[in-house]
Ligand binder design. Structure first.
Ligand code: KG4
Ligand code: ZN
Length: 333
């Protein structure tokens, strides 16, 4: 089964063809850079850029893989969650293609894509497992009982982990998005330089909270001058990161142990974080738990993960109607 995937939920425009859920035959991604000067994503700019890029990307994909009614089995597209203007571009483009080719249209939840991204990188990940989705907009813990069968175990009570990274990066003058820069500077820093607060929850509650650490960093930096920030940049980054990593790993490991599962998969932009990868492997190996991370290019938004989810949904006989609407707040389950 070969599926064309289309992803335009935020500031990436992506088109890909995937065979049998895990073999990428062609893939193209355009990441918008226009938002950096505004310190965050400007929805109006995002949707206009989606409109400019979707056809050229589709043409590039068509040049790499002969897209036609005969060579693919369906069109999978993200219909939420995300920015309404951005979602509409990909969704309408996908509807037109599916209708023109008379092929099934398969609407996909973007978060499901971040789970499937793991399968694109390692074939050995298989349900049941616990998945931690950590991106700029989401932080949630999911029990995956089968492909397309999810139970949400917990989520963040306030900010997403990536959001906290981006806000702290802004406070440190590192620009937007700053998660990967904190990751880099933290490599030379002392993790025990300053103790930022760790949010803890009752046993059996798989919750996250990042607004406390964000505020704590803001208060800590309030009376520090630029020379101090520059001198201790690596230490501040490493201390902040250690706190976030701890708050991500503990509830996830607890969920795996409580549910008796030996596999954890991580998805979303923050899954690219080097300290999260290292610390997770170390901690989980003590319990004989294997942790999967997607390759870097499948941590951030891409269309291969959407096409992969489309393969499994179509295999199960699921398809969408043409009245499928773009849904900015779309729960995973
Ligand atoms: O999944 P993604 O591309 O977009 C959303 O769906 O939100 O994730 C983007 C987020 C941003 O907040 C960015 O700062 C963060 O992922 N990020 C990182 C790293 N690389 C990207 N955070 C920490 N460490 C990284 N290496
Ligand atoms: Zn995403």
């Amino acid at each position: 089964m070969r599926i064309l995937g289309i992803e335009t939920s935020c500031d990436e425009t992506a088109v890909a063809v995937v065979e049998n859920g895990n073999k990428v035959l062609a893939e193209f991604v355009y990441s918008q850079v226009e938002h950096a000067e505004f310190g965050g994503i400007v929805p109006e700019i995002a949707s206009r850029q989606q409109l400019r890029k979707i056809v050229p990307l589709f043409e590039m994909c068509k040049a790499a893989y002969p897209l036609s009614r005969e060579t693919i089995d369906g069109v999978a597209v993200t219909y939420g969650p995300g920015l309404i203007g951005s979602l509409l571009v990909g969704l309408n483009f996908a509807k037109a293609l599916a209708y023109g080719w008379q092929l099934p249209l398969i609407g996909i939840n973007h978060l499901e894509g971040h789970i499937l991204a793991n399968l694109l990188s390692d074939n050995s990940v298989h349900p049941p497992f616990i998945c931690l989705i950590v991106s700029g907009g989401h932080t949630l813990l999911v029990r995956v009982d089968d492909w397309c069968e999810y139970t949400v175990l917990g989520s963040t009570r306030d900010d997403a982990a990536g959001e906290a990274y981006d806000k702290v990066a802004k406070l440190l003058g590192l620009g937007y998005p700053g998660g990967h820069k904190i990751d880099e500077f933290a490599k030379d820093g002392r993790r025990d330089f300053h103790r930022f607060p760790i949010a803890r929850f009752k046993a059996g509650e798989y919750q996250f909270s990042f607004s406390g650490v964000k505020t704590s960093v803001a208060l800590y930096l309030k009376d520090k001058d630029d020379a101090f920030k520059q001198q201790y940049l690596g230490d501040i980054c490493a201390s902040f990161q250690e706190c976030v990593v701890e708050m991500l790993i503990t509830p996830t490991l607890n969920a795996a142990l409580d549910h008796g599962l030996k596999m954890i998969a991580v998805g979303g932009g923050v899954a690219a974080n080097s300290r999260l990868r290292e610390a997770f492997q170390q901690r989980a190996s003590q319990y004989g738990i294997k942790v999967f991370f997607p390759e870097f290019r499948y941590c951030t938004d891409n269309a291969a993960m959407i096409a992969s989810a489309g393969c499994f949904r179509l295999q199960k006989g699921q398809r969408s109607e043409y009245d499928l609407t773009a849904t900015p707040y779309l729960p995973l389950a």
